[in-house]
Design a protein. Structure first.
Length: 476
């Protein structure tokens, strides 16, 4: 039996474990360090591109191309220029949802996650680097590159997350997942600082404002591509026999051991995976809880700047500084909550974080306008719980996956995240529309954390791990 290595060398299977995990601690740590670096590579896209620069810049490009009524006409469809960015993000989610089950099925059937990770990562990095050419009125190019980059990131995260059960022992996963998130927040903060220097001092560098933004966008793509080399060199592919309990009905139809026909039967595989999940109702219960509370988390992140500017009257410099503060403190938060999970278990730590999220929303409701210091305090609190709640959710889910189904189950995990990511913003928007108050809109998100807390509290995680056929950690 051999391991597949895209670097060209094929080595014997040294795992020593039936599920492909490395028995040698030094080898396992080497893979873990390589794994961290994919978060380090791709997180700059989420921070610098999506959160800070691309939305305003693509909107300005679209407005430059708009007709006198303020509309652009992609494919002959009238679209208000100010809505183009939001529509492109929504389209990217649709593309990702269509592609993720195909890639997840191909990865698990062939055992070759690394070539698929490389392909999705470099497609995303190339699309992001290509944003350098978004000058003039090229709004169609901008929308296309955004759709490609965002969808590629989602697909790559399915494959990246699927490595976690293979490179970490059960008792290590909370810490390993938390370190991965910490690496990502570190790189996001570092590159954002460098980009803000270029942007704020563009006159000193002899650059126009537009050129400075385009350089910042392209630099995120170059960073993403450059540091992806590290995980591709250190991670190993494994062929793992699925457990009887973990094999979905019909999962093997239409695909050989080498993954022949995997893409063609990707949707059939997704149906088989969902059918298999019905035989693991506790795993499904956790996924439902995660879907709800994570939608609340994502909505707070995406709408915080709107709340800060529209309700609190804060300027752009204050908002960008708050984003940096979140990035920096999220590193400490992810590592700190990873350590807490060793003492209290991942489930209790996540439940504690959801209680803190509820307190943050309550504090945000009473935040005085025109007071940046209080807004920074709120950003600090968000940073401290953000990384840990996401990292521990990922590691906890990794315990609930039947062996040999990692990519497919993480595809469902990622799809549950992406597929309902519109619900929180919809609730936020409806609350504002009905009340005319962003304060009422922000407090309406408490329902996501309350319901998510109640559902997660009811999941017997130790029994869920055992039901998935996995060893139960001493503390989870």
């Amino acid at each position: 039996m051999t391991d597949v290595d895209t670097s060209g060398d094929t080595t014997g299977d040294r795992s020593g474990q039936p599920d492909g995990r490395a028995a040698d601690p030094a080898e396992r740590r080497r893979e873990q360090r390589g794994w961290y670096f994919y978060d380090f590579a791709c997180s700059v896209y989420s921070t610098s591109v999506l959160t800070v620069f691309l939305g305003p810049y693509l909107t300005s490009v679209a407005k430059a191309a708009a007709d006198p009524e303020g509309f652009v006409h992609p494919l002959g469809i009238p679209v208000r220029a100010g809505s183009l960015f939001a529509y492109a993000v929504s389209a990217s989610i649709v593309v990702a949802v269509l592609v993720m089950p195909l890639v997840g099925a191909a990865a698990d059937r062939s055992g070759r996650k690394k070539p698929l990770l490389a392909a999705s990562a470099y497609v995303g990095a190339a699309a992001t680097t290509g944003m350098f050419f978004l000058g003039g009125e090229r709004y169609l190019l901008g929308a296309f590159l955004l759709i490609v980059a965002n969808a590629a990131l989602s697909v790559s995260m399915v494959l990246y997350n699927a490595y976690l059960p293979q490179i970490a022992e059960p008792e290590e996963r909370d810490a390993v997942s938390s370190r991965g998130w910490a690496f990502g927040y570190t790189s996001g903060a570092l590159v954002l600082v460098l980009n803000l220097v270029v942007y704020s001092a563009h006159d000193s560098f002899g650059l126009s404002e537009g050129m400075a933004v385009r350089i910042c966008l392209a630099s995120a793509g170059l960073w993403w591509g450059a540091f992806t080399v590290v995980p591709l060199r250190r991670l190993r592919d494994r062929r793992i026999a699925r457990t009887g309990a973990g094999t979905a009905a019909g999962a093997g139809e239409g695909a050989g051991e080498g993954g022949e026909g995997a893409l063609g039967s990707g949707w059939k595989q997704l149906r088989a995976t969902l059918k298999d999940m019905r035989r693991h109702p506790l795993t499904l219960s956790f996924l439902l809880a995660y879907l709800i509370y994570n939608d609340g988390i994502q909505t707070v992140i995406s709408q915080a700047s709107v709340y800060g500017s529209e309700e609190l009257g804060l300027d752009q410099t204050t908002l960008i500084t708050a984003v940096l503060l979140v990035q920096v403190l999220a590193v400490a938060g992810a590592l700190g909550m990873g350590r807490m999970a060793r003492s209290y278990g991942a489930k209790r730590t996540i439940l504690g974080s959801l209680a803190l999220w509820t307190a943050i929303l309550a504090a945000g409701y009473f935040l005085p306008a025109g007071a940046p210091v209080f807004f920074f305090c709120l950003a600090a609190a968000i940073g401290l719980v953000l990384g840990g709640s996401q990292a521990l959710s990922r590691s906890l889910f990794s315990h609930l996956i039947p062996r040999g189904k990692e990519a497919e189950y993480f595809s469902a995990y990622e799809m549950s995240d992406r597929g309902l990511s519109w619900l929180g913003p919809l609730v936020f928007g409806l609350a504002y529309q009905l009340t005319g108050s962003y304060r009422d809109a922000i407090i309406s998100l408490v329902i996501f954390f309350g319901v998510g807390f109640a559902l997660l509290a009811r999941v017997p995680v130790r029994r869920a791990v055992a039901a998935a056929g996995n060893p139960v950690p001493d503390r989870i």
